[in-house]
Design a protein around this ligand. Structure first.
Ligand SMILES: [Ca+2]
Length: 236
């Protein structure tokens, strides 16, 4: 009887540990910003395009506009008013195509690629930036403020190459903005700059999952203790 109980207890503990370890080895997700899809007016999972009002910090969604008088025969995203008019943020757009990816800032607004974190953990933002333009890529978490800026990149040194990474810890639901600032003004500021992908280098267990795991272990330990207490002791 005691031997059977020991086997049952060992099996319960083994099952519990296996379940916990399986949760810890969750696959690290990757989110790719697809050029062809974006050029056709569609956004890839996790990404959106926005303009950040530099005076107020307000974040406004961009829409797919396609060709404009400023961008003939191109497929651009920009801020669009309800009446269809554009350029409240003059010449602020994002253009991604198989032939070349660019961003153009306004004097009063920054175009930004926004990534909304679906999980907590650490992410690596893989981006391209080159050109010798008078612009600066700025990386923000959740807000357009000096405190929220965690990285920046001045795109005036093509000799430094074109592929870069920025790393930041995120909580589920955090919004990361990769924004292009015009610096002094936005004259001739169309800049070759793009986010290729966001890759998780680690994923944190969800708080609720962690609590469940602890509860399962506690229950298993309690059951084991109860089972041992119930085993009749032999008289000597
Ligand atoms: Ca400039």
């Amino acid at each position: 009887m005691k031997k059977i109980l020991s086997i049952v207890i060992a099996a319960v503990l083994a099952f519990t540990m296996t379940a916990i370890l399986a949760g810890a080895e969750e696959e690290l997700p990757t989110y790719v910003l697809n050029k062809a899809a974006t050029e056709a007016g569609n956004l890839s999972e996790g990404f959106s395009f926005v303009v950040i009002d530099k005076a107020s910090g307000e974040v406004k969604a961009m829409e797919y506009k396609g060709s404009t008088e400023f961008n003939p025969d191109r497929n651009v995203w920009c801020y669009v008013n309800a009446d269809g008019s554009i350029w409240d943020y003059a010449y602020c757009f994002i253009h991604q195509s198989q032939g070349g990816c660019t961003m153009h800032p306004a004097n009063n607004g920054d175009p930004a690629v926004c990534f909304t974190a679906p999980k907590s953990g650490t992410i690596e933002i893989n981006y391209v930036s080159f050109g010798g333009q008078t612009t600066r890529l700025e990386f923000y978490k959740n807000a357009y403020s000096a405190d929220a800026k965690f990285d920046e990149h001045v795109t005036a040194d093509p000799a430094n190459g074109t592929d870069f990474k920025a790393t930041v810890d995120v909580k589920k639901g955090d919004k990361i903005y990769v924004a292009l600032d015009c610096m002094d003004n936005n004259a001739s500021d169309e800049t070759n700059a793009w986010v290729n992908s966001v890759v998780y280098t680690s994923v944190s267990p969800e708080t609720s999952d962690a609590i469940v795991s602890v509860a399962v272990v506690a229950a298993a330990v309690a059951a084991a203790g109860l089972a041992i207490a119930l085993v009749p002791k032999k008289e000597h």
